[in-house]
Design a protein around this ligand. Structure first.
Ligand SMILES: Cc1cc2nc3c(=O)[nH]c(=O)nc-3n(C[C@H](O)[C@H](O)[C@H](O)COP(=O)(O)OP(=O)(O)OC[C@H]3O[C@@H](n4cnc5c(N)ncnc54)[C@H](O)[C@@H]3O)c2cc1C
Length: 370
């Protein structure tokens, strides 16, 4: 018997385990594979980006930006967050008005943001193609090592008294009087719960909740590419693009990470993903179109092995399902759940301990779908 049971050992499961355990609550986490096996693992680093985020997530992101710089001290580990600044490139004149509206909205919602003229931009990123008109710049944005952060949360949770079991797949919820009393694993083991159940299994949440709630989410295998070391890496900031499916990050060893939302192919039987050559080529072509000096770049790692749940309206569902009194769920991150994780995990723990939904989480209620 445990008081709180968490299903899922990604950043959310590990961070909520730490938040609860470090406040003295009893907590056990079960993970189907190993810590950081899902979207919170894999090559490269993740963007900690407020720039061009859905406006409903911006207040959360402002809170996350407050937490990221000192997170490593709280978890007693090596630095995790690197502040690089994020540039959202505007290549088409027609996208400029939207960029101006963005700058004003983001400043109003707590994210310092500037519109850079072509001159300022090309001074900051001299390798950019001259055709880029302007950029929306968030100096507070950066990157973090996702696997290292997730493992650091898990280690800190263990030190604070949480129990973690890897290699345990939750198969179904056992419910009595609208409360989950246990979670049964595929091996037939029952994990009894006296308090709350946290469904933080990202791509696995929809199936587990299926008998009670039809979540409007589905799973996608996003593509990530890592280049071979470059002799002259032209990318200085975290870079995104207003109309190309493109995100660029400098990585260790003079490598470049290329991503942005292109998809690989998922094999549901083997539960693995692989990249599609045309999608790899298109991602590289976009990178070269924006930084011509990348011509001839070679790809060392191409990965599509980390499923992410995406939602119908592109923001997560963070809620308590109305039909199950002791359950919290958080999923449907839609490709941008990483950056807000420290803030959301803290708010989820507060919601559980104080029995009141934090105002910052209100926009993510399931009821928005009717
Ligand atoms: C390629 C890629 C790039 C991304 N880039 C960014 C970015 O730059 N910025 C950003 O903010 N976000 C980004 N994201 C999104 C971000 O990484 C995710 O939103 C976040 O890591 C989700 O964390 P999680 O803990 O909810 O899920 P996960 O890390 O997927 O963890 C869920 C865990 O649950 C386990 N599980 C599933 N089903 C079960 C079950 N039945 N029983 C037990 N365990 C189960 C899985 O094995 C998994 O380990 C990216 C995602 C991907 C895939």
């Amino acid at each position: 018997m445990t008081h709180n049971l968490i299903v899922g050992g990604g950043v959310y499961g590990a961070a909520v385990a730490w938040e609860l355990a470090s406040r003295g609550d009893e907590v056990q986490l079960i993970e189907a594979r190993h810590i950081a096996a899902g979207a919170s693992g894999g090559p490269g680093r993740r963007g900690v980006r407020a720039n061009y985020r859905d406006h409903r997530e911006l207040p959360l992101m402002a809170e996350a930006h407050r937490l990221w710089p000192s997170l490593h001290t709280r978890l007693d580990t090596a630095p995790l967050f690197e502040r690089t600044g994020q540039l959202l490139l505007v290549e088409r004149r027609g996208d400029l008005s939207a960029a101006e509206a963005r700058v004003s909205l983001q400043n109003r919602l707590g994210t310092p943001t500037r519109l850079l003229s072509s001159g300022e931009l090309h001074e900051m990123e001299p390798g950019l193609v001259p055709a880029i008109e302007a950029a929306v710049y968030c100096p507070g944005d950066g990157v973090a090592d996702h696997a290292a952060t997730t493992r650091a949360y898990a280690k800190a949770a263990l030190s604070a008294g949480a129990k973690i079991r890897e290699g345990v797949t939750a198969r179904r919820l056992l419910v009595e009087n609208h409360r989950v009393i246990a979670v049964e694993s595929t091996a037939g083991e029952a994990f009894q719960i006296s308090g709350n159940l946290f469904l933080l299994a990202n791509s696995g949440v929809r199936e587990l909740l299926g008998p009670w709630l039809d979540l409007p989410i589905w799973n996608l295998p996003f593509q990530v590419l890592l280049s071979r070391p470059l002799t002259n890496n032209p990318v200085r900031h975290l870079v995104g693009h207003a109309h190309r499916t493109l995100s660029l990050k400098r990585e260790q060893g003079d490598r470049l990470m290329i991503s942005g939302g292109r998809l690989g192919r998922w094999d549901p039987v083997r539960q693995t993903g692989e990249t599609i050559p045309e999608e790899v080529a298109a991602n590289v072509a976009d990178a070269v179109a924006v930084y011509p000096g990348l011509e001839g770049l070679e790809i060392e790692v191409s990965d599509a092995n980390h499923l992410e749940a995406v939602s119908l309206d592109g923001i997560p569902i963070i809620d308590r399902p109305p039909c199950l009194a002791n359950v919290f769920l958080a999923t449907g991150w839609s490709g941008h759940g990483w950056a807000i994780a420290p803030a959301v995990a803290r708010l989820l723990a507060a919601w559980c301990l104080e029995a009141e939904r934090p105002a910052l989480l209100a926009p993510f209620a399931f009821s928005r779908f009717g």
